[in-house]
Design a protein around this ligand. Structure first.
Ligand code: SF4
Ligand code: SF4
Length: 414
């Protein structure tokens, strides 16, 4: 095996990791896309992708790694990270997949341009919400989304609010300037498409004695990693880290409410950047539910009881991967909710399940979950924004962020 042969730094970094795989197949057992009809063909399974790479590095793969056929096998990894915990050899499959995808993605100039500017495009659309909402639900708008971003026409693009969270935050009169400082890393979805959740988080935390700021920031960039646009994702990561680091130096800790944003700051940025600032940002990042749990356990706030109130807790893939599941369950159990847990992937995986080429497969992945939720017929809570979308669209059931169940029963202790 010669290092030079393998596309410079991109694949060289994988060499060691790929040969750690002992082909046990445990990853297949938890991989959502390795257990649908498409995975019965070719090597479109979690283990299959690693075996392809073992063949490649052993010089016995008879096709280029950038070929459509090989890239397609890698496209069936949607980065859910369910395989990370179960792999006995510690193979980081999603990170490997991003690097393999990058071999092709970095040559697709229009694709690179569109995805690396999607945060800017969202910002522009949010400035004229009525027009954007009308256009994106029109036939012409759907055609444009399909051509440019591959989004299936059956997808109802999430609506833009009248104002973004950042604009609401800048315009409001009252701001708690005392208390413990939090810098909110909002991310795109809450900023433009779930502004009410962001407002609830800001106002509730202020009542509990926090002082909130929203520092300059861009999107978390998770979609870019998953599209194989690693350099573009890292450009955004550096921008975010610089600004969040300044907030920490000024006495804040970093607040997130999206599991994708939390994972980016806690794991992806420090793993890829490997610098001191991103490690400091990771150490000082807290999910809103982590903060609330700490406040409850340290006696600063109290929760009313919701004894007997039934809700279903959906384990989103990113909540599992970020290790927040126990935190959320513990907080909900302090409020005595009657929790039913459902641990199945909904199939959406950010943008993956919205794409025309994967739309039906995403429904197939999520079908077991949708049936179970419909049978239970009780409100659902899920921490992931896109899981909430997917579950709502496919079951008609009300799905909220766990914070929304806690915020109505939490108050500061006198
Ligand atoms: S779980 Fe790990 S060691 Fe087992 S097949 Fe998957 S990648 Fe290889
Ligand atoms: S990250 Fe998810 S989709 Fe990708 S191989 Fe692992 S379990 Fe499968």
């Amino acid at each position: 095996m010669t290092i030079e042969k393998h596309n410079g730094e991109y694949l060289d970094l994988l060499l060691q990791d790929v040969f750690k795989c002992v082909r046990c197949g445990f990853c297949n057992s938890v991989c959502p896309t390795s257990n649908i009809s498409i995975s019965y063909m070719g090597s479109r399974t979690s283990r299959g992708r690693i075996v392809i790479l073992q063949a490649y590095f052993s010089n016995i793969l008879n096709k280029p790694i950038e070929s459509d056929e090989i890239q397609e096998a890698f496209d069936y990894c949607f980065g859910c990270r369910r395989c990370l915990d179960i792999c006995p050899a510690g193979v980081k499959i999603p990170q490997i997949v991003w690097r393999v995808k990058s071999l092709k993605a970095r040559k697709r100039l229009l694709h690179r341009f569109l995805f690396s500017n999607y945060g800017l495009l969202e910002k522009i659309c949010s400035k004229m919400p009525k027009l954007s909402n009308t256009f994106l639900s029109s036939s012409l708008g759907k055609t444009m989304l399909e051509r440019l971003y591959g989004i299936d026409r059956r997808v109802s693009f999430p609506k833009f609010y009248e104002v973004s969270l950042e604009s609401w935050f800048r315009r409001r009169r009252f701001q708690n300037s005392g208390g413990r400082k939090l810098s909110y890393f909002v991310d795109v979805f809450t900023n433009y498409h779930e502004v009410d959740l962001g407002i609830e988080i800001v106002t509730t935390l202020e009542k509990l004695g926090y002082s909130i700021s929203i520092p300059p920031q861009k999107e978390a960039g998770t979609i870019l990693f998953e599209e194989g646009l690693i350099e573009e994702a890292l450009k955004i990561a550096r921008y975010n880290i610089e600004n969040l680091y300044k907030s920490i130096v000024n006495g804040s800790v970093i607040l997130t409410s999206s599991p994708a944003a939390y994972l980016a700051l806690k794991k992806d940025y420090p793993e890829f950047l490997g610098d001191e600032k991103s490690r400091i940002v990771a150490d000082n990042t807290f999910d809103v539910l982590e903060l609330l749990l700490r406040d409850v356990e340290e006696g600063r706030v109290k929760l009313d009881s919701r004894e007997g109130f039934k809700i279903t807790y959906h384990h989103s893939c990113f909540t599992k991967a970020s290790g927040l599941t126990k935190t959320i369950k513990r907080l909900l159990s302090y409020a005595e909710y009657d929790l039913k847990e459902v641990d199945q992937c909904c199939g959406i995986a950010g943008l993956w399940g919205m794409k025309k080429k994967h739309f039906d497969q995403a429904i197939e992945v999520g079908s077991g979950l949708f049936s179970e939720l419909k049978n239970l017929a009780i409100p659902v809570t899920s921490q992931s924004e896109t899981c909430r979308l997917q579950i709502r669209h496919n079951t008609g059931i009300d799905v909220k962020h766990p914070f929304q169940y806690i915020s109505e029963i939490i108050e500061p202790r006198p």
